[in-house]
Design a protein around this ligand. Sequence first.
Ligand code: UD1
Length: 430
Amino acid sequence: MDRIRIVGGNALNGIIPISGAKNAALPLMIASLLTSDTLTLENVPHLADVEGLIRILGNHGVDIAVNGRREHQDGSYSRTVHFTCRTVADTTAPYELVSKMRASFWVIGPLLAREGQARVSLPGGCAIGTRPVDLFIEGLTALGAEMEIDGGYINAKAPKGGLIGARYTFPKVSVGATHVMLMAASLARGTTVIGNAAREPEVVDLANCLNAMGAKISGAGTSTIKIEGVTSLSGARHRVLPDRIETGTYAMAVAMTGGDVTLSGTDITLLDTAIEAIRRAGAEVSAVEGGIRVIGHGDQIRPVDIVTEPFPGFPTDLQAQFMGLMTRANGVSHVTETIFENRFMHVQELARLGAKITLSGQTARIEGVTRLRGAPVMATDLRASVSLVIAGLAAEGETMVSRVYHLDRGFERLEEKLTRCGAIVERITD
Ligand code: UD1
């Protein structure tokens, strides 16, 4: 199993190209199930989760053609992938596949809308909390589907003639359930109005792509989304939006190590709340042409309290990284997690590097230390593992991060991007 070896202490200087967003690419790829035409996605990141979903979609009958990557001057790649689902080969998403990647559960929306039925395995447990699917069931039931749980699977059936538009308000904000409702309601008869919808940029990206395919969606990015159903969708060409989590992660890394880095191919407006927190911590962050410039001052990190919230609040997917940054602040800070109930597994591992963190319920109290010391650490989930990388970049000596497959799920060519900016980071393949 691969490991990442980091020798900390170097400032980061240079350009880091930001990839297409994993969390946008996954629902966009799933949207290809809604049409028999070709959906072409540009800027698709090369990540384990994307490759995994390509295999899953293949199982449902999607033909996939990947156009070679092109290298640009700043080191970035651009990958275009064509998805064509002439006919749906299988409306079942089996346990073996769904349990590996929760997002693959989302195929339930397009399969139900296009084929009138779907049998999808319940995703099962997940390292960062229970993550139930009640909101998906409620939402699709509101569109007229019969939803029945049987032997670990959800059997979903649309009424004769297809799903029916409806008004439905989520009791709780869910990104995944909002994606699924957008896809399902696009092919429903009549108009659907979703209340308390997720406002994440990835939801807007999916709505834009669906509209390019012929859907009639308005209000994405606000908490009320209106979808006028259409009888069929066509192909389209769409560019995946930049990854705001990768953007914030590298911005925090620079704030931690010091240095001057331009994050290219990204957009500062995708992560206002996180940028504000990074600025309050003492780094200079500004919008520049085609990206964001971050100037960090390493040793002079100020303590900042954050609370994770649905967009536009501070993203839960940047919580672990921000905690990594706060381990070296000049004082005490608090990080409160409100989205997932068990998303503090990085605390124990950060402590191995010398961080002083105490947990009380959903809040972590972080007492900044003047130095961290490298140590062997273990990644437990995607975002937790990259927080260990950030801490390792600022720690004295060697940090060895094991279980790197978590990182590979969501960070494209991480070691290469950091090495180009002066960090000592290498992948060790045993
Ligand atoms: C997506 C992102 C994930 C991010 C999360 C929150 C992808 C692939 N994943 O996950 O990286 O951390 O948004 O921004 O895009 N919930 C229910 N019932 C449901 C569905 C969700 O109670 O039926 C709860 C969850 O347990 C959680 C909260 O709602 O507490 C938010 O979950 P949700 O927004 O659905 O997260 P995901 O879409 O799984």
